[in-house]
Design a protein around this ligand. Structure first.
Ligand SMILES: *Cc1c(COP(=O)(O)O)cnc(C)c1O
Length: 407
């Protein structure tokens, strides 16, 4: 039976280019296969429903500091780490705002929407931005980045790039790019918003000076808090930065409050107190399972989805060796438009994403984050996609044996 559906078109909202509905749902059993936010566990959901508490005082400060420590464990870092209220983008803005003097030279290796977005953001911070572009569906090539650094007329202040390019489902190399940047005296700024908690990210071992993650993707917690780690090399640059284009998003502001108001209010504004509690619950569950085990399970879910989709006749957008464990992008089925497939799934409260910009209508994307990596969820998704194909009259090559997709 088709579950009751509560999504409706909001008055005045136009459909997005991908044709996705704007919806509201009070249906508890919603299946998010979008690349964030991700479905949370019942314990995390329960933690969001507690009464409001003050965001200051000894008890809250202890809980807040504990949340920072939990994030540090996932970042695999001993660097400073701040929890900034806002989306991942807030911490990216904090990194660029704090570390780039006006006119700084920034190199942005890019292979998709989020790489371009990083360049746009650095531009907004009055940097002189150079983009090294790689084709959509391919990974950033560290040798090409190194070559660019070597042959550039003047040194770069920073290299900024994206770990998991969510628009194409490609996982970019980190360590060799960071090494090239370091060899040329540039600071490393990484958008790890989508990969944190779903792919290995040893921030210190890989030499990332400013690394940004978020609570609501692979950490499967509610949105509202982003995290940024700051190396001592980054602090040297930040301390010497004569520019300030923000107060709230200047990491010096955050450090000052952490020092001056340490005992009762170690941050400059109100923080999302209940969200902090829910995030800690979620990271504790991940660490209980084991970070490695969670990362492995994420990769297994991605591999199973790719295998199932192929058996249904879909072609993958990115080759297996660079495909991200966190998001799968596949070409639209020639006989079933993405929007129609999304509609069929949405009517069953299953949500996947379409393509962005030039890829709208050409690909669809499936997130492997939080609840969506559970085996029953993966099988529900593939079974329903198969149903959508049959419903559209597509000759499905074989009934997908859901046992066989798990290698
Ligand atoms: C989701 C995402 C962002 C944006 O995160 P917000 O929390 O919406 O600001 C940035 N970069 C990447 C790679 C993402 O996947």
């Amino acid at each position: 039976m088709v579950p009751r559906v509560f999504f409706r078109t909001l008055l005045g909202c136009r459909p997005s280019p991908a044709g996705e509905e704007h919806w509201l749902s009070d249906e508890p059993d919603i299946h998010l296969f979008i690349p964030g936010p991700a479905g949370s566990t019942p314990e995390v959901i329960a933690a969001t429903g507690r009464p409001m508490v003050p965001h200051y005082g000894g008890r809250f400060v202890a809980a807040y500091n504990r949340c920072i420590d939990l994030f540090k464990a996932v970042f695999q870092t001993e660097n400073d780490l701040f929890l900034i209220v806002g989306p991942g983008t807030a911490s990216l803005d904090a990194a660029l705002s704090s570390a780039l003097p006006d006119g700084a030279r920034v190199l942005v290796p890019s292979n998709g929407y989020f790489g371009q977005r990083m360049a746009e953001m650095a531009n907004a911070h009055r940097a002189e931005v150079e983009v090294v572009e790689f084709p959509l569906g391919e990974a950033i090539d560290p040798e090409a980045v190194r070559h660019h650094l070597e042959t550039a007329g003047a040194p770069y202040d920073a290299v900024a790039w994206v770990h998991h390019e969510t628009s194409t489902g490609v996982l970019n190399p980190i360590e060799p790019v960071a090494a090239a940047a370091k060899d040329h005296g540039a600071l490393t700024i990484l958008d790890a918003v989508a990969s944190l908690g779903g792919a290995d990210l040893p921030v210190d071992a890989w030499g990332i000076d400013l690394c940004v993650g978020v609570a609501n993707k692979c950490l499967a917690a509610p949105p509202g808090i982003s995290a940024i780690s700051v190396s001592s090399a980054a602090w040297s640059v930040i301390d010497a930065n004569p520019s300030s284009r923000s107060w709230y998003l200047d990491l010096r502001t955050w450090r000052r409050y952490r020092e001056d108001w340490a005992a009762w209010h170690p941050f400059p504004t109100t923080v999302a107190s209940n969200t902090i509690e829910a995030i800690s619950t979620s990271i504790e569950q991940i660490l209980e399972e084991g970070l490695d085990a969670r990362i492995r399970r994420t990769a297994e879910a991605a591999a199973a989805v790719r295998s199932g989709l192929r058996r249904l006749g879909f072609e993958m957008f990115a080759p297996d060796d660079i495909a991200s464990p966190v998001t799968t992008a596949a070409y639209a089925h020639p006989e079933l438009p993405v929007v129609e497939m999304q509609r069929f799934l949405m009517e069953r409260l299953i949500f996947i994403s379409g393509g962005l910009d030039d890829l709208a209508g050409r690909i669809f994307r499936i997130g492997h984050m939080g609840r969506s990596i559970e085996r029953t969820e993966v099988e529900l998704l593939l079974g329903t996609i198969e149903e959508a194909l049959r419903d559209a009259g597509v000759a499905v090559p074989e009934r997908v044996d859901l046992e066989s997709i798990w290698a």
